[in-house]
Design a protein around this ligand. Structure first.
Ligand SMILES: Nc1nc2c(c(=O)[nH]1)N[C@H]1C(S)=C(S)[C@@H](COP(=O)(O)O)O[C@H]1N2
Ligand SMILES: [Mo]
Length: 422
């Protein structure tokens, strides 16, 4: 956490997005520790609605994404003029793809600013005309308890650009870098095995150089003109403000996030959180619970909730509450309207996970994305309660297992409280 001390992380949870609430916290640590509670509180100020899911949009509007992007100043806060000068506008952006000078990687035709042949926006767009793909994918931070946003991303598979350089041999890894105020200390970088870039496992999505979110040009805040989107893993691999790709024979990762004690190779975990829970209700009132589940590598089969009296003793020797009285919540089906500011809330040409004939997702819940869930509580006696939620993955494993360690992605069981007034 120490490495994040200087950052300001603006947090806006999925729960409060549609309510335009905004929580700003100075440190990621504080955020991780308290987001769940703050969030439930914020949501609780609104009266319970007849159907709390009705006003919710599946895709997150650009302005509602929780932002995690470092720099002094962060590149999106630079003036338009300065961004033009440093290659962060469409007119001035260029991408270099180079062999690592510290390794023996062999590349026939590097794309470099020095040689005057770095890829321009215009050239990039002509590759996009033939090769662009779209897919839905959630962005989650390793160290934060809820998704930062759910997007429809459009981009060019990174391999298309790698192949332009005619790579030959001694290439085992791909490093990539964004713009960071020309200050090496501010660099935020990540890397992938070259195999992950050139091919994906069955059912997996390609790594892309992304230039659109929800059908609109990627904003500076989201990492525009171009950011990486690396499917299947946490946000730290999806470096923003991309300007350089380096092909290396060094098989080790060089990720900034790994230096900060994170398990950066971790695939997304399956886990649930609350979106809105009223803080207080009157005796006899039905309690609508809404939440979101992140669908990680092991898929999602159930979301469950557990209501416990606040004073009740917790089961001994059962830190994950496996023996508690968990009840099934309802996982909502794929939406008809996708939201996110898409015109008419309709998706543009078929995302990779969709069937072109039906225009619907081939499976639901969909991996690497989210699913909303609902439950209704009734018949609670006056008193104070603790509510918890968890997922069961498609292997039948309950959250936070099988991967409970927080540095590979936060998936602790969330707790909120509820008072029933007599
Ligand atoms: N250049 C750059 N890219 C970055 C980061 C950063 O600090 N600098 N943060 C990463 C991390 S840790 C996360 S979780 C995601 C967040 O993406 P978002 O701000 O679009 O939600 O961006 C990633 N890309
Ligand atoms: Mo992150």
């Amino acid at each position: 956490m120490g490495t994040l001390r200087a950052e300001t992380v603006a947090l806006r949870s999925l729960a409060s997005m549609t309510r335009r609430r905004f929580i700003e916290l100075g440190a990621l640590g504080a955020a991780a520790a308290s987001l769940g509670r703050l969030d439930a509180r914020a949501a609780a100020k609104d009266p319970p609605q007849a159907d709390p899911a009705a006003d919710s949009e599946y895709l997150t509007r650009e302005e509602n994404f929780v932002n995690v992007g470092r720099g002094k100043p962060p590149p999106h806060e630079l003036s338009e003029e300065k961004r033009r000068a440093v290659g962060l506008t469409h007119e001035t952006w260029q991408l270099e793809v180079l062999p690592d000078p510290d390794s023996n990687a062999q590349v026939e035709r590097p794309l470099s600013k020095e040689k005057g042949n770095a890829l321009t926006w215009e050239q990039f767009m002509s590759v996009a005309e033939k090769k662009a793909v779209r897919f839905l994918h959630v962005i989650s931070c390793t160290n934060m308890p809820k998704p930062l946003g759910m997007g429809l991303w459009e981009g060019v598979p990174l391999r298309e650009v790698v192949w332009l350089t005619q790579p030959r041999t001694n290439i085992r890894r791909v490093y990539y870098y964004g713009y960071h105020n020309d200050d090496p200390k501010q660099r935020f970088q990540s890397s992938l095995p070259v195999g992950r870039v050139l091919e994906e496992p069955l059912g997996e999505l390609p790594v892309v150089l992304c230039y659109k979110l929800n059908g609109q040009w990627l904003t500076a805040k989201r990492g525009g003109p171009v950011r990486m989107i690396v499917p299947g893993v946490y946000g730290n691999k999806s470096v923003k403000w991309i300007q350089r790709v380096v092909l290396t024979n060094d098989p080790r990762q060089n990720d900034t996030y790994a230096d900060w004690n994170n398990d950066t190779d971790s695939p997304l975990k399956t886990c649930a959180s609350f979106r809105s829970v009223p803080e207080k209700i009157k005796l006899g009132q039905v309690v609508p619970l809404t939440g979101v589940a992140q669908v990680g590598m092991s898929g999602l089969s159930k979301v469950q909730y557990w209501v416990a009296a606040h004073e009740a003793a917790l089961p001994a020797d059962d830190p994950n509450f496996t023996s508690a009285d968990w009840r099934d919540a309802e996982i909502l089906p794929a939406p008809d309207r996708w939201g996110g500011g898409l015109p008419d809330a309709k998706l543009p040409a078929t995302p990779l996970q969709f069937d072109a004939n039906t225009g619907k997702p081939r499976e639901w819940p969909m991996r690497d994305s989210i699913a909303f869930w609902n439950a209704r509580l009734s018949g609670l006696a006056p008193g104070k309660y603790d509510l918890r939620c968890r997922t069961i993955d498609t292997n039948g494993v309950a959250q936070p297992l099988p991967r409970p360690f927080p540095k590979s992605g936060q998936n602790a069981i969330q707790r909120v409280s509820l008072t029933v007034e007599g």
